[in-house]
Design a protein around this ligand. Structure first.
Ligand code: G16
Length: 544
């Protein structure tokens, strides 16, 4: 089969962000755009030549075409074997599972995660290394540097291969194995969780649940695992058919975008447990009857209850959270004598800690939780963890969380997002905050005394790499915090995120409304950063 060498020119904007390269679909469709980035992966990740590559995506618009392009390029670049999910589909955690299970040389995942899809939506690509996790910064920077000087890429003169039939094919010297995207992942979940106990919970007839797949990748996974393997009644999974444009929705499992499933947790026929996952299946939202579990609390509850769960009953090594995530898990770690790490935003920062067995559980405020079973956050894993916990403890979601607060205290938490603001204004706001940091400690703001103010920097304890400018933190003496950072996943303008946290140990006051508790901190946060005058926004786009 003829290998074609195509002349190209560099694009200047291919630096991966928080999680891979994310752009509008139309940008990816431009001639050579995707190819340049993919060739830069092959040229810098030399183990792939003669190696094995996992390939799949979340099924969004352009997924199928991109998969064909990448398979042709993989063959032209001497990859020995490509393992691809049927229909070109793989959830992000399932891709990580396959890379690890089959000890491949890495994987390429096509997704823009929770960003909307469709011809006018977003697309994305990221490379995961042989440990199954997102490439660390050293690797993404090498790929980026290559995109700046690329002059040609290699592909095959071949039309398209059949991705819809499970089986083995070959393309020149390269084997292409089309696999069931769910089977290996489902088997891993069965190893970790007590499926018999969960089955009994569903069989009891006293328990009801809904899982909102948001017309994204987790539909087939959730239907197989929840309905077929665990016996949840048909219809437990809603919006379970993956669609290229996610049914026009925004596949982000939060109280705003997953509103449909939220409504099912209240009223006369309210379900006992509900959850949702995002575009590529790595995020999760956990709900009880009339009750929302913040992602930060979910991580803390998991850490405190891990001994109840089959796969973690032998004990956990330690825990980690991203910097803006609430400090709820820190309190659990302190009481249980576990190591606790604070990392920058981005799942890739957990990789070294997991590989070095310093941690077992980790999570982020951005609806991500996971463990050492794969090297990605994992939406359905979190749902199964909670289901297993509910089955063992025989308590409601609310009871479990309230009991947790009584024991460890409650970290109230909220996040304000200002999306699509002017990039210059956003950078100016961060520069302004930076300039104020030195003067803030010791001052009193509306009754809150500033304990520390800094721009978070992280030194990886395993490889010593340093990541600077990871967000501005203002900590108060009572344990509350305000954090500001600019998102690294948006595709239009800049997104300012403001994360707010307040600690309450008094059980009498733990039932207060989050908005009411956070109000004074919100005012302080808006004031210090001069958000209204600098961004022109009186209100955030989304509050979670
Ligand atoms: C990605 C990263 C997460 C990060 C999130 C938000 O998640 O993997 O670590 O917390 O983006 O990042 P940012 O605040 O920079 O927008 P996902 O689910 O989008 O892949």
């Amino acid at each position: 089969m003829e290998i074609l060498t195509i002349t190209t020119q560099p694009f200047s904007d291919q630096r991966p962000g928080t999680s891979g390269l994310r752009k509008k679909v139309r940008i990816f469709q431009a001639p050579h755009y995707l190819e340049n980035f993919v060739q830069s992966i092959f040229d810098t990740q030399t183990d792939l030549k003669g190696g094995v590559l996992v390939l799949g995506g979340d099924g969004r618009y352009y997924n199928r075409q991109a998969i064909q392009i990448i398979i042709r390029m993989a063959a032209a670049n001497g990859v020995a074997k490509v393992i691809v999910g049927q229909g070109g589909l793989l959830s992000t955690p399932a891709a990580s599972c396959l890379i690890r299970k089959y000890q491949t040389n890495g994987g390429i995942i096509l997704s823009a995660s929770h960003n909307p899809g469709g011809p006018d939506g977003d697309f994305g690509i990221k490379f995961n290394t042989a440990n199954g996790g997102p490439a660390p910064e050293g690797v993404t920077e090498a790929i980026f540097a290559h995109t700046r000087k690329i002059t040609e890429y290699r592909t095959l003169a071949f039309d398209a291969i059949d991705l819809d039939t499970i089986g083995s094919l070959s393309l020149g010297q390269t084997g292409v194995e089309v696999i069931d995207p769910v089977a290996d992942y489902a088997a891993l979940m069965e190893d970790l969780f007590d499926f018999d106990r969960i089955r009994q919970l569903f069989d009891s007839g006293l328990f009801s649940m809904r899982f909102d797949a948001m017309h994204a990748i987790t539909g087939p996974y959730a239907k197989r695992i929840l309905e077929e393997m665990l016996g949840a009644e048909p219809g437990t999974v809603i919006n379970g058919d993956p669609k290229e444009d996610f049914g026009g929705g925004h596949p982000d499992p939060n109280l705003v975008h997953a509103h449909e499933v939220v409504t099912l947790t209240s009223g006369r026929n309210a379900v006992d447990f509900a959850a949702a996952s995002d575009g590529d299946g790595d995020r999760n939202m956990i709900l009880g009857r009339n009750f929302f579990v913040t992602p930060s609390d979910s991580l803390a509850v998991m850490a405190a209850n891990a001994h109840h769960i089959k796969g973690y009953a032998g004990g956990i090594n330690g825990v980690a959270r991203s910097m803006p995530t609430s400090q709820a898990v820190d309190r659990v770690a302190e009481e249980l004598g576990l190591d606790c790490y604070e990392t920058p935003t981005g799942w890739k920062f957990f990789g070294n800690l997991l590989d070095a067995k310093r941690i077992t559980l980790c999570g982020e405020e951005s609806f991500g939780t996971g463990s050492d079973h794969v090297r990605e956050k994992d939406g359905l894993w979190a749902v199964l963890f909670w289901l297993n916990l509910l089955a063992v403890r025989k308590m409601s979601v609310k009871e479990i969380v309230q009991e947790h607060w009584w024991r460890f205290g409650r970290n109230f938490y909220t996040r304000y997002d200002y999306e699509g603001i002017d990039t210059e204004a956003a950078n100016g706001l961060m520069t302004h905050l930076q300039a104020r940091l030195a003067d803030l400690p010791g001052t009193t703001l509306d009754g809150y005394i500033v304990d520390y103010a800094d721009n978070f920097a992280y030194t990886d304890p395993v490889d010593g790499s340093v990541s600077k400018n990871q967000g501005v933190r203002i900590g108060f003496t009572d344990g509350s915090r305000i954090v500001y950072r600019l998102s690294g996943t948006g595709t239009a303008g800049a997104t300012l995120r403001v994360y707010l946290e307040a600690y309450e140990s008094d059980t009498e006051k733990q039932g207060r409304k989050t908005a009411e508790v956070m109000h004074p901190l919100v005012e302080i946060a808006i004031g210090i950063a001069e958000i209204v005058s600098r961004t022109g926004r009186k209100e955030p786009t989304v509050i979670t």
